[in-house]
Design a protein around this ligand. Structure first.
Ligand SMILES: [Zn+2]
Length: 422
């Protein structure tokens, strides 16, 4: 039996010891002594324990394209910069880029990411090695002739085979990931719907990200918005993870709320690409399920959920023309507990029986001195307050040290330089 005891953690203001057994929180008490010899002890020295972040949409390996093509229009950015460079990617690049991303996520308190990319087995290998959780998508992305690239078909087959043979741990789950309604034909979206039914997998898609996408969708599909179009294909339901969802009509918001689909809000990426503003306050009032994500590093340019929380809260106040919109407690919740719930992960709460995912926060940081804790996390702190990270009952960062950090950065730097070379 694997045991870990966290000594002297602060939970909801009280100091407690916490026993973690086989990856789950078991006992919370003022003093816990080990009941077996091989029990790992970790002194939290009075640091505050809270749920970690769940990044609901990213392209992890795109850390290699950080700062690659800043300050450019989205379609120009995709067609003339990102996609040509991505054509040169090798599986090893994706492995190194994913590790670099995961390193950054761990250092900023994130233990889970929902990914959409190719050479997915390399992202899985990186997530397994570094001890985090990931949802990895079977990618559907067509060329102008309506064909799915050979590497995607092969990658998807490989993932399904790995799942069948149980070649990855419980920390890894799969999704079906059609890129967007403008890059996947109706025929293949219908195939995704069938597969979602058959394999019981969520569907993860970029949705209504730009005004142009909505315009073109209405033109091509009898006046339907992207949300209405997905509904017509049977894809609008609780298992839909709709990244961006920026350009929504009132009717779209109503439909998304009724279906209880997950809307992934990524204020930094939307603002950087000037894609438009997600109607956060309106979606919240309509009762939509909302999670937060970072998007890939090429459009952000980091993977910090601290930044997303702050930008989300501030943008909502501006949208609603009121400082009471998107209060800190709510924003912190959708970045943590709500994110776990959105992906059906039995964690996101520090309580007995839950999967032991947590971060220890250094409240001695100047960022958190004075004021309340949660507003401090949302409005003031950055990732430097994250001292240690636990995922699935294992410490994956201890006092800001992640094993292998130097080498991960070194390899990432080499791959990034290679991809930039003409
Ligand atoms: Zn994206």
């Amino acid at each position: 039996m694997e045991q870990l005891i966290i000594k002297n953690a602060k939970l909801n203001g009280a100091t407690t010891d916490i026993l973690i057994e086989n990856g789950r929180f078991k006992t919370f008490a003022p003093h816990i002594t080990p009941s077996q010899e091989q029990c790992e002890l970790f002194d939290a020295c009075g640091m505050t324990i809270v749920p970690p972040f769940f990044n609901a949409h990213t392209h992890a390996a795109m850390t290699l394209f950080r700062g690659f093509a800043d300050d450019i229009e989205l379609f120009d950015w995709l067609n003339n910069y990102i996609w040509p460079a991505e054509a040169k990617l090798t599986p090893y690049d994706v492995y190194c880029g994913s590790k670099l991303a995961i390193l950054e996520m761990i250092k900023s308190g994130t233990v889970f990411f929902n990914d959409m990319y190719w050479f997915q087995e390399e992202t899985i290998r990186a997530a397994e090695e570094m001890g985090v959780r990931a949802a990895v998508g079977l990618l559907f992305l067509e060329d102008e002739n309506g064909n799915i690239a050979e590497r995607n078909v092969r990658g998807n087959q490989k993932l399904l085979e790995m799942k069948k043979q149980q070649l990855f741990s419980d920390r890894i789950t799969l999704t079906l990931a059609p890129h967007a309604v403008y890059t996947v034909s109706e025929r293949n979206l219908r195939r995704v719907e069938e597969l979602a039914e058959e394999l019981k997998l969520p569907v993860h898609i970029h949705l209504a990200e730009t005004a142009r996408e909505v315009q073109e969708c209405r033109k091509e599909h009898s006046g339907l918005s992207p949300v209405e179009y997905l509904a017509s294909l049977g894809l609008l339901n609780r298992n839909l993870i709709a990244a961006h969802s920026v350009h929504l009509s009132n009717y779209d918001i109503e439909m998304l709320a009724d279906a209880q689909a997950v809307l992934v809000h990524m204020p930094c990426s939307n603002m950087k690409l000037n894609s438009g503003a997600f109607r956060f306050a309106d979606a919240f009032k309509a009762g939509c399920r909302i999670a937060l994500g970072t998007d890939g590093c090429a459009s952000n340019n980091n993977l910090s959920m601290f930044d997303e929380m702050k930008f989300a809260a501030l943008a909502a106040k501006r949208e609603d023309n009121s400082p009471t919109a998107a209060p800190a407690d709510y924003v912190f919740n959708i970045a943590t507990t709500g994110g776990a719930e959105a992906f059906g992960i039995d964690s996101g709460e520090i309580s007995p029986g839950k999967l032991a995912d947590a971060v220890l926060i250094n409240t001695d940081s100047s960022y958190l001195t004075g004021g309340e804790f949660i507003p401090g996390m949302v409005y003031s702190a950055d990732s430097s307050v994250v001292d240690s990270v636990i995922c699935n009952g294992r410490i994956i960062m201890k006092h800001r040290v992640v094993p292998g950090e130097k080498q991960i950065i070194e390899e990432g730097r080499k791959c990034a330089a290679k991809l930039r070379a003409k």
